[in-house]
Structure formats: C-alpha cells, structure tokens
Ligand binder design. Structure first.
Ligand code: NAD
Length: 276
C-alpha cells in the first residue's frame, strides 16, 4: 500500500489525512471496529463524548497492538459541558473513559451560540494544551465569525475546524476563511452519510479509475486538501475506505465534482441556529 498522507497544523503537530469516524457506533462495537481499522492501516480515530463510545474506542486502541503514541485520537466537548470549569471536568471524564493520559486533538463540538459559552470553553482548551493533556486544540461546526471571536478574545487560533462537508455541500466560504488563518478544514459526513455513493457522476469517475464510489469521494476530500473521517462498522468497507493512497483524481474529475456543489444540501443542523 502507498504511504498514507499527513497534514501539519500551525502548532507543529500532524494529523493523518484519513481517519475513522465512529458516530452512531455503539460502545460494544467500537472496540472491534477500531481494531479492524488499525489493522487496515488507519492511525486516526474521531470520537466525541456525546457518541457514548469513548470506552470502546480506548479499548480498541489498547488492544490493537499499535502503540498509543502512533495513533491520533480526537474527542470533543459536548454542548452541556461548555464553560471554563465544566470543560475541564468534562475533559477529565473523557480521558478516563478513553483510558489514556492525553488526546491528540480536543474540539469544541458546536459553538452553541445561544449558550454564549464557547469563549470560556476555548480558554479551558488553551489550558489543556498548555498542560500537555490535549496536544492540539480546535473547533467543530464554527462559522468564521465564531472563530474570529475566539481569536479576538484569546489570541489563540484553532488548528482545525471540523464541519459538514461533502461533494454536494462544499463549504467554499468556510474553506477560504480557514485558509487565510492557516486552519485545516476537516470534513464530517464526508460521504453525505452514504447518499452520494449512488450518484452517477461519482459512479462514472469510479469506473474510470477502477475504484469504488466511496473511494472516489474520499479521494476528492484528500485532493481538496481536507482531512476526512468516513464512518463504517462493516470490516470490508473500513478496508475499502482506506485503499485511497494509490490513485489521484485529475483536473477533469475535480471540475465535474466542483459542479455538484449546492449550498442547500446540508444534512445536519445549521450551527448558527441549532439550539441543542
Ligand atoms: P459518512 O458520510 O461517513 O457516511 C457513513 C455511512 O456511509 C455509513 O453509515 C454507510 O451507510 C455508508 N458507507 C460508508 N462506507 C461505505 C462504503 N465503502 N460503501 C458504501 N457505503 C458506505 O457519515 P457520518 O458518520 O455522519 O460522518 C463521518 C464521521 O464524521 C462520524 O462518524 C463522526 O466521527 C464525524 N461527525 C462529526 C460531526 C460533528 O458535529 N463534528 C457530525 C457528524 C459526523
């Protein structure tokens, strides 16, 4: 297999460009799923406190036979726990469940603007980074205006923003804003939760490269400079989704996929108006 690609953050740490997403993976399935992924070559796992599978993810890493230091582990702060002290407490609980003494990346899961606590939460993440408990710190579902506020009030720029992004919802405005601040863009629901697998445009490109539609979509994220975390609990798909380092999309493929963009194709809630 060709070597996997990594992306370097502005804080000097690096993230493997393809990781395993484990949303909606029950705790008891998480351990075997993570083990399967690590055996297939994955070195990056994306979980969150609210997924209720941090125990299983931690167990999967410990029983994988690969050293903890060689795995990039992300978890996220849930909205209820926003605030300075409550963030520190929630982080400690996540570490305990994961059974590890640090995470590679800690994210504020949503800005939850109606709670108006994301700046205090960010200050707690800054402390966690200073203490070495979170190697890197970032955000998720933040609009550029939320990020600007963090920077204005603390001077600390997140390394990454994990946002909904798939070929029919490309988030060009956010991507441009991140580029200017040297923030990496990470795609959640990269396969559009499976809805793009049967798209004829994707199918035609897959046929041309002798690859599957999922592999073409994952490669599109990679060739767009994004970090991507496809989810599956099916061993054959976990393996398939990682066999993406031996081909590249060409200019024509990228041009055709660029035309699929539709600002109305969001699947999840709009972070500006979400009230959870
Ligand atoms: P996804 O776009 O990764 O799609 C997953 C679904 O696609 C699977 O359930 C399966 O039905 C299908 N699939 C996967 N591999 C396939 C293959 N090879 N062939 C055919 N079908 C295949 O969706 P997702 O789980 O929503 O997103 C991925 C990850 O992003 C999550 O697991 C989670 O880690 C993260 N996420 C983060 C947020 C956030 O708010 N930060 C929100 C949603 C998801």
């Amino acid at each position: 297999m060709a070597e996997q690609s990594i992306i370097t953050f502005h804080d000097g740490h690096s993230i493997p460009q393809v990781g395993l997403g484990v949303w909606r993976t029950p705790d008891d399935i998480a351990a075997p799923t993570v083990r399967t992924a690590i055996a297939a070559g994955y070195r990056h796992v994306d979980t969150a406190a609210v997924y209720e599978n941090e125990d299983g993810v931690g167990e999967g890493i410990r029983s994988s036979g690969v050293d903890r230091k060689d795995i990039f582990l992300t978890t996220k702060l849930w909205n209820n726990d926003q605030g300075y002290e409550s963030t520190l407490k929630a982080f400690e609980k996540s570490l305990k469940r994961l059974g590890t003494d640090y995470v590679d990346l800690y994210l504020i899961h949503w800005p939850a603007p109606t709670r108006n606590r994301y700046v205090d939460s960010w200050k707690a993440l800054i402390k966690l980074k200073k203490d070495g408990l979170a190697r890197s710190i970032g955000v998720s579902n933040f609009y550029p205006e939320h990020i600007e506020r963090l920077i204005t009030e603390t001077g600390v720029v997140p390394v990454i923003n994990q946002i909904e992004l798939h070929p029919d919802f490309q988030q060009k405005v956010a991507q441009e804003a991140h580029k200017k601040l040297n923030i990496v863009t990470q795609s959640w629901s990269p396969l559009g939760q499976g809805k793009l697998i049967d798209h004829p445009v994707i199918g035609a490109i897959a046929k041309k490269h002798g690859k599957t539609p999922a592999q073409v979509i994952i490669r599109w994220h990679m060739d767009s400079g994004l970090v991507v975390i496809p989810k599956s609990v099916t061993p054959s798909r976990i393996v398939e989704n990682f066999e993406v380092f031996d081909f590249k999309l060409d200019g024509e493929d990228m041009g055709v996929i660029a035309k699929l963009d539709n600002t109305g194709a969001r699947i999840g809630p709009d972070p500006k108006t979400a009230t959870f």
